[in-house]
Design a protein around this ligand. Sequence first.
Ligand code: PLP
Length: 383
Amino acid sequence: MSTETASMATPVPALNLAANFHELRDELLAEIQAVCESGYYVLGPKVAAFEEALAASCGARRAVALSSGTDALLLSLMALGVGPGDEVVVPSFTFFATAGVVARLGAKPVFCDVHPDTFNAGAEHFERFITKKTKVLIPVHLYGQMAEMKPIEELARRRGLAIVEDACQAIGAREPGENGRYAGAVGTFGALSFYPTKNLGALGDAGAVLTSDEQMYELARRLRIHGSGHTYYHEVVGGNFRIDALQAAILTIKLKRLPIWARQRAARARVYNELFVASGLTPEFVHLPSERNGHHVYHQYVIRADRRDGLFEHLKQRKIGAGIYYPLPLHLQKCFLHLGGRAGDLPSAERAAAEVLALPMYPELTDVQQAAVVQAVREFYRL
Ligand SMILES: *Cc1c(COP(=O)(O)O)cnc(C)c1O
């Protein structure tokens, strides 16, 4: 069989969530049955147990489990009192929710650029956009690698600002070095998402905030249930940000496997790196992901590619599930154009949007599938 037919004969889906379920099938089904029979479906003991395990595994004092990662970001900003007249600086190259929650509170999202190699914003990017109105900085740990937090913390201290980490793609990632802190455990709050495609995925929507500030922890718990401390007595205005007992029970089982899955993802990333280097595609056609800032958990394996859109189409025809996260930076999104963003404002974010391509990445990926992916990329560049 020629290498060309090998790649054509091997479809590689973007994800394989059912395989992930089957790995833990019996344990999950038993737990789902137990929750069904308990009659306790929202919050309660399963949620409390999950929160304890989650905080411990992420190096935070406390965790509050919630309805989604978006709600985790929203609740964090509500707890910090963000509202009309405030500005929050966020990277332009991220998922929409990072900025959407700022606008929903009547505050102004202010967009900054990112590093061209890690795709994360650093202190120098945030600093340019800090004004008297700035209240919060939101570093995003994109694709599973942490932003460089120490200079961002130093900047926030100097300017009297709070930090909310968007760690929705980076559960389990750490700073470099022996004592590197975990993603989400550095800022006043860290937001996590358990959307099914994330590294720790529920069987539906779910999320959490991490915090080591006891007062913020108490406030977050209240905001989750409409700002009420005692039932039907409301001290502040919150929302319904509750998580289902079913999701918490499922996540508690999966959380135990997360370190193994993270190692498998990193091993899969090394296989891609080796195949690409051997293919002769780097650095002319393809730039490999950077591991500059510590332990990367590879939520996504993202290359920069020459003629990216053509390559994306070619892979689609070969039944290889690549993805573009994200094709348009936030300062150029229609709903934010009134804030004055123009093409050319944030060159690294704009270039990233034009060049990034995420290749299939999950613990269950096989050597044969990865070889098929790289072979299909070679065909596109006729190497
Ligand atoms: C997934 C994600 C979110 C939102 O999480 P949901 O659980 O889908 O609401 C926010 N920010 C980033 C960077 C994400 O990847």
